[in-house]
Design a protein around this ligand. Sequence first.
Ligand SMILES: [Ca+2]
Ligand SMILES: [Ca+2]
Length: 175
Amino acid sequence: MKRSLGIIAGAMVIGFGAAGFADNTRTELAQAINVGTVIKKADIRLDAEIRFAEVDANSDGFISRDEYAGSAVVMASLARFNGEVLIDGSYAITVSLPEEMIGRVSMGERSTIDAVARSSFSYMAGDDGLMNRREWVAARLAEFAAIDFNKDGALHGDEVNVFALRVARYPTNAV
Ligand SMILES: [Ca+2]
Ligand SMILES: [Ca+2]
């Protein structure tokens, strides 16, 4: 299962390139925002552990497909409305979104985010169709690993920006 997660996360990242986020654009973004921001693997693990209870809306100990998709829509909408993504790591990390991404998520985009989240859920949840805490944390760490392009165990510069785009599900059709 780990292997398929990596492939999916990799495809998501490649999707950004295909959608027009050329290396130049990424470099410009990295220079303009989130300079000096570092997200470590341990921060993502902590954030995932804390957020599990929030995503498991009915508190039954599992994240269902509905809960996962609902959370993806809420997180993307909040990120784009506030123009930032918050990570509950070893300290509170704020990652800014580029200005052009700030705004409301349209109904059409919400439907797309919901549909994409639903289709990716199966790979993360395994055969029982539910995501337990371990699977949820593993999925978040696999996503982190796919974005850690230089494999140094931390996100810096454009890696941080790609992380923010992933949470904000921007552009919608690429994630
Ligand atoms: Ca649940
Ligand atoms: Ca890195």
